[in-house]
Design a protein around this ligand. Structure first.
Ligand code: SF4
Ligand code: SF4
Length: 425
């Protein structure tokens, strides 16, 4: 498509990238068919093509967008199904990421929305604060019906029981059992270690048994994706910078064969550090980190995984997290590993559609998010599986209200290789 940025605007590296992305789009509209918000709402402005037009106008004008424009861009899940579908290779993610930053810098949201977004940014990335917030939210649950739709929807997502804090998120080295075959850093994450520490525990048990030393690097923490999707570019860079420095120290100390991410939303972000830091002094280190980043399923598939228990004959419905299938294009490895472990792997209808979790989306857009959750749950339950497996903590939390237990694939793989049976089963 034609663009009309001035040469002064194109001197800004972020706008230069947006210009390239916009020029790749040929308006064919193929992406609309797989966009969850267009499928639900049927409005062109809630489709990728419609949003691309809105973002072009907003960025070319350089001014604050209208409430309407913000509404349509806020409704985007950043699920990236449009990128998988697009035949022209439009990098929608880099465009919408910058559009969100532009909105955050130029648009003044209503006071209640500003407070909610500030609260999420100040809580979710910090495990101790997040745990305290969940405890307070559990105390408020009985009063749910007295609160507004959004707060009530937020409280509905709070788990009935909080697992005890584990040690798997603490900085330490977990030595390989037997000869060391590889050394990896594990991103311990933020919300995941509060909501489901069992995922990191299963990862560490399985890896060390496979002869892989696992280090949780001191000062590594939230990947920055949560605040990045809120348009807080500076805060996202600060979180990423801390991780890059922490992993660079590990590379210098004893080398790293990979940086393992077991929450695919975070994996998409870490794999993009090289792009995010392309004009920053840390660009080489960031590119090194991105090149080492692997989803846990990619590493296990390459490294070799063998079960040690007999097949339990359990039917597993595999839910492909958007950040894994669209953001990282990792599609076959998790299913192949589950099948190797002896599970019968089932795929639901409409596997490309988002479950509505999408970082903080289910907290900020509860109505659309709950429609997507019900649709996804009904497709997953129609497989007649015993359990759902999903490689992203956001999806696991979002789908937990259904009839089937939801686990991370690594919990099943660890069980079949000598670990404990996942508590959810
Ligand atoms: S499919 Fe790609 S090229 Fe076609 S309208 Fe969508 S983003 Fe543009
Ligand atoms: S990222 Fe997802 S919700 Fe947003 S425009 Fe693309 S397909 Fe639609």
């Amino acid at each position: 498509m034609q663009t009309h940025f001035t040469s002064a605007q194109l001197a800004d590296p972020d706008l230069a990238v947006c210009n390239q992305v916009l020029r790749t789009c040929v308006h064919c509209g193929f992406c609309t068919a797989t966009c969850p918000t267009f499928v639900l709402l049927g409005d062109e402005l809630d489709s990728p093509r419609g949003r691309i037009y809105l973002m072009q106008e907003m960025l070319e004008s350089g001014t604050a967008p209208s409430r309407d424009v913000v509404t349509h861009i806020d409704r985007c899940l950043s699920c990236l199904a449009c990128m998988t579908t697009c035949p022209s290779g439009v990098h929608y993610m880099h465009l919408v990421d910058h559009a969100r930053t532009h909105i955050e810098r130029t648009y003044r949201r209503p006071a209640a929305e500003r407070r909610l977004r500030a609260l999420l940014a100040a809580t979710l990335p910090y495990p101790a604060r997040f745990r305290a917030a969940l405890r307070a939210a559990r105390a408020a649950r009985p009063f749910r019906r007295l609160l507004g739709t959004r707060l009530s929807a937020m409280l509905a997502l709070v788990p009935a029981r909080l697992p005890a804090p584990g040690v798997s998120g603490e900085p330490r080295v977990h030595p390989a059992i037997g000869p060391r075959r590889a050394r990896v850093a594990l991103l311990a994450g933020c919300a995941q270690q509060v909501l489901a520490p069992s995922i990191n525990e299963a990862t560490i048990r399985l890896f060390t048994r496979l002869g892989v030393e696992v280090v949780v690097a001191r000062d590594s923490g939230c990947c920055g994706a949560l605040v990045h999707h809120l348009g807080r570019h500076g805060a996202a860079l600060a979180a990423a910078r801390q991780n890059i420095a922490a992993w660079e120290r590990e590379i210098s100390a004893d080398g790293l064969d990979a940086i393992i991410v077991n929450a695919s939303g975070c994996g998409t972000m870490v794999k993009d550090y090289g792009f995010l830091f392309r004009t920053e002094p840390e660009r080489e280190a960031a590119a090194r980190v991105s090149a080492l980043a692997l989803d846990i399923s990619e590493f296990l598939h390459r490294h070799g995984y063998e079960p040690t228990r007999a097949s339990p004959g359990i039917r597993v419905a595999y839910h492909a997290a958007c950040s894994l299938q669209h953001g990282q294009r990792v599609t076959t490895e998790p299913k192949a590993l589950l099948a190797r472990a002896g599970f019968t792997v089932l795929e639901p209808k409409e596997p490309h559609l988002c479950c509505g979790s999408a970082g903080t989306y289910n907290l900020l857009q509860p109505e659309i998010a709950s429609k997507l959750r019900e649709r996804k749950l009904s497709n997953l339950e129609a497989t007649d599986a015993t359990v759902i497996a999903a490689g992203n903590i956001g999806c696991i939390t979002q789908l937990a209200s259904g009839r089937l237990p939801v686990v991370h694939p690594v919990e099943l793989l660890d069980w079949m290789a000598g670990g404990p049976k996942p508590a959810a089963l």
